[in-house]
Design a binder for this molecule. Sequence first.
Ligand SMILES: NC(=O)c1ccc[n+]([C@@H]2O[C@H](COP(=O)([O-])OP(=O)(O)OC[C@H]3O[C@@H](n4cnc5c(N)ncnc54)[C@H](OP(=O)(O)O)[C@@H]3O)[C@@H](O)[C@H]2O)c1
Length: 241
Amino acid sequence: MSATLPLASQNVLIIGGARDIGFAIANAIHEAGATPVIGARDLVKAREAAERIPGARAVSIDITDEDSIVRALDEVGPLDHIVTTASAHHNVPVSQLDHDHVVSAFEAKVIGPMLLAKHAAKTVRPDGSLLLFSGVAAWNPSPGYAVMGITNGAVTYAVTHLAKELAPIRVNAISPGIIDSGSWDAMGDNAKHEFLEDSGRATLVGRVGRNDDIARAALWLLEGSFVTGETIHVDGGARIA
Ligand SMILES: NC(=O)c1ccc[n+]([C@@H]2O[C@H](COP(=O)([O-])OP(=O)(O)OC[C@H]3O[C@@H](n4cnc5c(N)ncnc54)[C@H](OP(=O)(O)O)[C@@H]3O)[C@@H](O)[C@H]2O)c1
C-alpha cells in the first residue's frame, strides 16, 4: 500500500456537509476529484448544498438516530470515507447542566460516531477511513465549556479504540482551534468580531482559523494511508499558547 491514496474517483460522505466546515470539506473533496455526498438532518438543506458543488449527491442523516444512519448508508451505497462534523452545544456552567442537553452533546459527538462506526464497518472499503471532529476546548478547560471539552476529549479516545477495532479501516480526528467557520455568526457582528480577535491573539500564529485550514487537514487525513488512531491539532498552537 502506498503512503497516500489519492481521492480521485472516491465517494466520501460528509455528515454536517451542508454548511460551515463540513461544506468546505465537501468542496475540497470535489476539487480533489472525488464525489462528495452531503449528509444533513434536513434533506432540503443537503440538496441545496449539493447543487452548489458539481457532481455532489445529497442524503438525509441524523447521527443521533441509529435507524437514520442505517437508512442513509443503505441509500448511499459503498463509500471510501465518512467525515462527521456534527455537534450539539451545551455551554453552561456546571451548576446549570441539563441532563438532556448533556446527553444530546454526547450523542452528536461520541455515541453517534460510535454507532456510525458499527454500521460503516460494513460499507466503507478496507483502505478507507472515518474522520471525526474533536476541538481545542478539550485541552483548555474553561468555566462554561465543560460539556464541549469533555465530549471533544472523548472523541480523541474514541478514535484510538475505533481505529484498533475497525482496522484496516483508519479512524482519525481533527481538533480545530477557533475557526471563523460561520458557526459563530449567531453571536452577532460585534460580539463575533471581538471573540474572533481575542481568539486569534490567543494562538501562536496570531489569527483564528479558516475553513480552508481544516479542509486541507481533512484531505491529508483521508489520503494518508499510514495515519490512524490520531487526533490532529489544527489550532494555530492555541492548545499550548
Ligand atoms: N468552528 C469552530 O471554531 C470549532 C472549534 C472547535 C471544534 N469545532 C468542531 O468542528 C466541527 C465543525 O464545526 P463547525 O463550525 O462547522 O460547526 P457547525 O457550524 O456547528 O456545524 C455542525 C454541522 O453538523 C450538523 N449536525 C448537527 N447535529 C447533527 C446531527 N444530529 N446529525 C447530522 N448532522 C448534524 C449541522 O447541521 P444542521 O444544519 O442540521 O444543524 C452542521 O452542518 C464541530 O464538530 C465542532 O464542534 C469547531
